[in-house]
Design a protein around this ligand. Structure first.
Ligand code: BGC
Length: 752
């Protein structure tokens, strides 16, 4: 049974705890479990799924391949019994012991928990976490999400964004893991691995090339197969190879003219055949456009679907009965879903929504991840770390730094405990609202400098901010770039005249430090006039504590950029976000709502193409290198309070591993992220290097470590269109190693 979710939400939020037990306190007694042949855990997931499938009726087969509607996501939509108020619900088959699938968005923490009177941990943005280059950190990130989904009665995450940063102004970059296929794929894959270890099904999205939000339902990303396989699709391949996720969500946009969710090449040829993906393909919400075409192209489940009337329910049943879609295809869809449920353990370890989220453990984990995610970009004259002993006054300016830290919006929005710290109002976050979490930089900076005068100025008036900065030893200006699903930023510039604010403060105080809370890269016309620059991304519920620890040097900086920061929009492959200036058009479309066909008006861009062949696989740092353009801050760059020396690179004759030595030459302990790049043989005709390995190495002061890194063979390969295969070509490979993509002092070669 469902109680009114609002009845206990206020109490739960005030107490900072979940109210799961009060929602389920009056559940009727469950029938004694029955035993089925597929309960045998010694059988493989495929064998177990086969046994279940023998028992399925046609209606049950159809029931598994679509959701039951928008539910909690759309006010007024019906919420069926058993639906856990998430993003989607697929009823189970109780007579066979198959539980329902309750999915929830959870890109940076579990979404929409306040509505259910619950609490979820806001982690640093996924892009922030990618800045840690820490595989264990990524698994911890997934673990937090997995255990909180479980505690809230969900058995599937639909986070796991791995679309690479082709478009640095993309409103969803904060949900993704940066511009490089190896880094993005490795971090996202390990995140999913950590999540799935909680016996929660994972999902990787948005497949594929959903690299901008402008016109996302209609634009066509046009790209040749070779460039596609060596860029965006490679990130998916690596992530899928690591995590073997249950689901892959196909994207809204079209690829080479065909919608992703009915794109035979993307789904059947690449994902299922070449990547050997064994899970199921679910459509993005409303991203299914046909029945027969989509089913034959490899779509396995329509989301959010309807009980009756959408593409994959009655219409699919008829298509199967008439032979337009073979029964074997429907069986394949069901097999993929059921085998994934067995493989992830959601049948053997069903979720018990009687658990409670542990907000303190979540906060500690979020703080740890934030400490590894925040990047030091500039530290002139050692302005950082701040010394509590010698600083008498600090002017803290802008971006609601008195009350909280910014979070990212859209379907990745996590509800802030107690509501938006900067804009309190009843109810959950509104779509598009900039939500601040109650992690106050002012409070934690004061804690580190108890004897200093630390004053906050809102930064809404440049003259007043400058006056406040002038009277202090140090000025710390917080600036922000709110981002959310469904929109891109028109430029890389900070919004709301914040560049002028920084300039005014920097002119008033030579010891100015800028802290950026951004979804992705931004331009910094004031970079030369400030002493310190810190990229905090959206740092999560432990963000202020982490930031204060780093600013005062209790913890050392270690993070490095997972994206390049351009000097200006003009340096990007597309100086303007493609399609952003196209005039919206309104058209009528037919949708199914509660089983009935209704006509609605939608306003969107007219169809347009985005020519990704312009840059091909040269995304991010590869583009800058190929074009001989100097970025403001390069991919892989980040400073620390200590210094490192690289020496002694060697590569084995087959190019499988590289060995090098790193020494901490400074006075403080630190973690250095070593990066290994490759330049392919001349025959590849490539004018950039590729990241092929990385390692995060902890080093005490004076300590040296020799590390051996595995070079990723896919990253050393090119895609051969004729053979339809990735292959390493003959010739001499140059291996380069160092602290960033722009600083690779060590080189070695091997020949294939
Ligand atoms: C987003 C997906 C999300 C889904 C369900 C869509 O608008 O693109 O990422 O998972 O909504 O909320």
């Amino acid at each position: 049974m469902k109680l009114n979710p609002l009845s206990c939400s206020a109490v739960a939020l005030a107490l900072f705890v979940s109210c799961g037990p009060c929602l389920h306190a009056q559940e009727p007694p469950q029938p004694a479990p029955q035993h089925h042949p597929w309960d045998d855990k010694s059988l493989s997931p495929d064998q177990r799924a086969d046994l279940v499938q023998k028992e399925l009726t046609l209606d049950e087969k159809i029931q598994l391949v679509h959701g039951t509607g928008w539910g909690a996501l759309r006010p007024g939509a019906p919420i069926p019994l058993g639906d856990n108020w998430g993003a989607s619900y697929v009823p189970g088959i109780p007579r066979l012991g198959i539980p329902p699938i309750n999915m929830q968005d959870s890109a940076v923490g579990v979404r929409l928990s306040a509505m259910m009177g619950r609490y979820s941990t806001l982690l640093p943005s996924a892009l922030g976490s990618a800045s840690s280059w820490d595989i264990q950190g990524a698994q911890l990130y997934g673990d937090v999400i997995g255990r909180e989904l479980r505690a809230q009665g969900f058995n599937m995450s639909i986070g796991g964004g791995v679309d690479i940063t082709r478009e640095p102004r993309n409103g969803r970059n904060f949900e993704y893991a940066g511009e490089d296929p190896l880094l993005a794929g490795t971090m996202t894959g390990n995140l999913m691995k950590g999540l799935q270890a909680e016996h929660i099904m994972g999902d990787i999205k948005h497949y594929a090339f959903n690299d901008q939000e402008t016109g996302r339902n209609i634009f066509s990303a046009n790209i040749g197969k070779k460039a596609a396989r060596e860029s965006d699709l490679l990130a998916f391949q690596i992530a899928i190879g690591i995590a073997e996720p249950s689901g892959v969500m196909c994207a809204y946009n079209r690829v080479n003219g065909t919608y992703s969710c009915e794109n035979d090449w993307l789904l059947n040829d690449v994902l299922k055949k070449d990547f050997q993906f064994k899970g199921w393909v679910l459509s993005d919400w409303g991203g299914t456009h046909s029945t027969v075409k989509a089913a034959l192209a490899g779509l396995d489940q329509e989301m959010p679907g309807e009980v009756h009337g959408s593409f994959f329910d009655d219409a699919l049943k008829q298509a199967v009965q008439s032979g337009q879609v073979p029964m074997s295809r429907l069986d394949d869809m069901d097999h993929r879903i059921l085998r994934s449920m067995f493989a992830a353990g959601v049948i053997d370890y069903p979720v018990m929504p009687r658990d409670v989220v542990d907000p303190f453990k979540g906060r500690d984990d979020a703080e740890h991840i934030a400490e590894e995610s925040i990047v030091l970009l500039k530290n002139e004259n050692g302005v950082l770390p701040l010394s509590a002993d010698s600083i008498h006054s600090i002017a803290l300016i802008g971006s609601h730094a008195d009350v909280g830290v910014l979070s990212g919006g859209g379907s990745a929005q996590v509800d802030a405990p107690g509501g938006n710290a900067a804009n309190p109002h009843p109810g959950g976050a509104n779509w598009g609202e900039s939500v601040y979490f109650p992690s106050s930089p002012l409070k934690y900076i004061r804690k580190h400098a108890p004897n200093a005068k630390v004053e906050f100025n809102p930064g809404t008036d440049n003259a007043s901010a400058a006056a406040s900065a002038k009277s202090a030893d140090v000025a710390i200006v917080f600036v922000n770039q709110p981002m959310h699903e469904g929109m891109d930023r028109p430029t890389l510039s900070l919004p709301d005249s914040q560049d002028a604010l920084v300039s005014a403060v920097a002119a008033a105080n030579p010891h100015t430090i800028v802290v950026l809370e951004t979804g992705g890269p931004v331009t910094m016309p004031w970079a030369d006039s400030v002493q310190g620059i810190v990229e905090a991304w959206y740092p999560g519920i432990g963000g202020a504590q982490a930031l204060a620890n780093l600013l005062f040097g209790t913890i050392n900086f270690s993070a490095k950029l997972p994206v390049s920061f351009a000097k200006s929009d003009a340096d990007l492959p597309f100086p303007e976000v493609p399609g952003i200036n196209l005039k919206d058009v309104t058209r009528e479309i037919t949708v199914t709502h509660d089983g009935k066909k209704v006509s609605i008006k939608v306003t969107d861009k007219p169809p347009f193409d985005v020519d990704y062949n312009k840059q091909g696989a040269a995304v991010g740092y590869k583009w800058f290198e190929q074009q001989h353009i100097q970025p403001l801050f390069p991919f892989g760059f980040g400073l620390s309070y200590t210094t490192y020396e690289y020496s002694g690179l060697s590569v084995d004759s087959q190019g499988r591993t590289a060995t090098l030595t790193i020494k901490n030459t400074g006075q403080r302990a630190g973690a250095e992220i070593a990066q290994v790049y490759a330049e392919l043989p001349a025959a590849a005709d490539e004018h950039y290097k590729r990241l092929v390995a990385f390692d995060r190495v902890d080093l005490a002061p004076g300590e040296s470590k020799t590390v051996t890194l595995d070079l990723n063979p896919l990253c050393l390969s090119v895609y051969n269109v004729d053979k339809d295969a990735m292959e390493e070509i003959p010739g001499e490979y140059k291996i380069l190693a160092g602290p960033s993509s722009a600083d690779t002092p060590l080189t070695a070669t091997f020949t294939k």
